[in-house]
Ligand binder design. Structure first.
Ligand code: SF4
Ligand code: SF4
Length: 473
């Protein structure tokens, strides 16, 4: 029997969220979810994590490292500077590996603790929470917001809406500018933007990302999570009966129903759920977790906090909704260490180690050898054989360096061209050289040779690049 949990797609009970005017199957911008604010340990953790995430995002572009912007993904110069490390298009495989590692990290976390990434760290969730916070500040609680939206336009309504949208737009522009500061030097960007000196392209991108942020976090919100993000669709492939997900305990909760606080529910034939609907009202995706595991659930724990508050007030034990596993709900033991989770962990560890080793042992120098394609060889006036090459030497570091050039694999060769060059940080130096050899010493028509480019001050920074030396036929 498969240990996968069957995922059922149960339509959310939307009647409590939708204004009466909403028509089924038809998009209505007013048929959105009015999320109720909730306090609790999970929401506190979420807010703290969101603050850290936001602080890191906003501050990083302003940090300097070795006199440069610490993180600058300079697309125009085709180089990514990350805390002293410069990555070039030649290092694209590193980015590919980074994405694969991120995917495996996500698989590992999801297998262990469900969609906690979505609930706690996904930028979509973080920005949505901030936008909801603005909404609450200007328009009030959930019930006040519903009432406000049903009201005809008035000066009060206009003022509240205008304040909210001004805050949303301001934050969207700040987000957009900060995001672009990862690609354009931060001071140049901010000064240029606010003094009207930035290019039309920069203004275009800032407006584009601001509109995306405003639309996403202000209007689309859960639509992104439930209808667009592909992650929600394939998460069931990672879930098993040992995965911790937010679940309602039906054995304890049913039969649900209201009751006087002082009455024993057992006497009334009721379970612990008082059917207050709070868990639904606080849910950012508008689902009822009591219907079982649903792909819309982002594992944020808001319903746990809401329900724990209710349980507290009723004098019942907390945990009617909790992070638990199918095994626990069936009264069985949860096995945290299991082959699938272990497999993800080992793969992740191996990939992370390989990635770290590649970064640490990476040589900030690249050499490309281009042979003269028109003349394979030439005979000079001494009767020696000459081959001409062009060396493209790329200094991938963030400092200027002096390099020494030599050739290996050719007996008694002569070298015409510069044997020592100083190359600026990030510069590609084109060096034409001619290598000549005595034909009496050449045994083959083609001799394999190596060009060696070595840092004058750091012999460990050395690149050996293969080429061929052609003799006459
Ligand atoms: S059901 Fe609970 S955990 Fe899932 S998204 Fe809604 S509030 Fe968050
Ligand atoms: S918050 Fe708890 S008690 Fe209230 S409806 Fe939800 S599960 Fe039942």
């Amino acid at each position: 029997m498969s240990d996968k949990i069957e995922v059922r797609n149960i339509p959310a009970k939307v009647e409590i969220h939708q204004p009466d005017t909403a028509k089924v199957g038809q998009y209505n911008p007013r048929s959105r979810i009015y999320v109720r604010a909730v306090q609790g340990v999970h929401q506190l953790l979420r807010r703290r994590m969101n603050m850290v995430f936001m602080a890191v995002f906003m501050i990083l572009p302003w940090i300097q490292f070795n006199g440069r912007q610490a993180i600058l993904l300079d697309l125009a110069e085709r180089q990514f500077n990350i805390f002293g490390l410069t990555l070039w298009p030649q290092d694209l495989t590193l980015f590919t590996w980074l994405l694969i590692i991120a995917a495996f990290a996500l698989f590992f976390v999801t297998t262990f603790y469900g969609r906690v990434w979505c609930g706690y760290m996904c930028p979509q969730t973080v920005w949505t929470l901030i936008f909801i916070w603005f909404e609450e500040k200007f328009e009030g609680t959930r019930n006040q917001r519903i009432k406000l939206d049903k009201m005809p336009m008035s000066w009060t309504k206009f003022r509240k809406k205008a304040a909210k949208h001004t805050a949303w737009w301001s934050f969207s522009f700040l987000t957009s500018l900060t995001f672009i500061a990862y690609f354009v030097p931060v001071e140049e960007l901010f000064i240029g933007f606010f003094t009207g000196q930035s290019s039309a392209l920069i203004y275009g991108w800032v407006i584009f990302f601001a509109v995306c942020t405003y639309g996403n976090a202000g209007w689309m919100r859960e639509i992104m999570c439930t209808h667009i993000c592909p992650y929600a669709r394939f998460q069931s492939a990672m879930f098993d009966k040992e995965t911790f997900t937010v679940s309602y305990d039906p054995k304890r909760g049913e039969s649900r129903g209201p009751r006087p606080r002082k009455k024993d529910p057992k006497e009334l034939g009721l379970g612990d759920c008082i059917d207050c609907n709070l868990c639904v009202q606080v849910c950012p995706t508008g689902i009822d977790i009591r219907n079982g595991l649903q792909y819309e659930c982002i594992n944020c724990g808001a319903c746990i906090d809401a329900c724990d508050g209710v349980m507290d007030k009723m004098g019942y034990e907390k945990g009617l909704i909790s992070y638990t596993t199918e095994q626990q709900l069936e009264g069985k033991k949860t096995h945290i260490i299991r082959p699938k989770l272990l497999g993800y962990f080992i793969v992740l560890l191996v990939m992370l180690s390989a990635f770290a080793y590649t970064i640490v042992s990476r040589i900030p120098l690249d050499v490309d050898i281009i042979r003269d394609r028109n003349t394979l060889y030439r005979e000079n006036f001494e009767g020696w054989i000459e081959n001409t090459f062009t060396l493209k030497i790329l200094n991938k570091s963030q400092q200027d360096h002096a390099y020494i050039i030599s050739v290996e694999g050719l007996k008694g060769y002569k070298f015409q061209g510069r044997k020592s060059v100083i190359i600026k940080a990030g510069e590609v130096y084109t060096l034409p050289v001619t290598v000549s050899a005595d034909p009496m010493l050449l045994k083959e028509r083609i001799t394999e040779i190596h060009f060696i480019v070595q840092d004058k001050n750091d012999p460990d920074v050395k690149v050996k690049e293969e080429s061929n030396f052609f003799n006459r036929i």
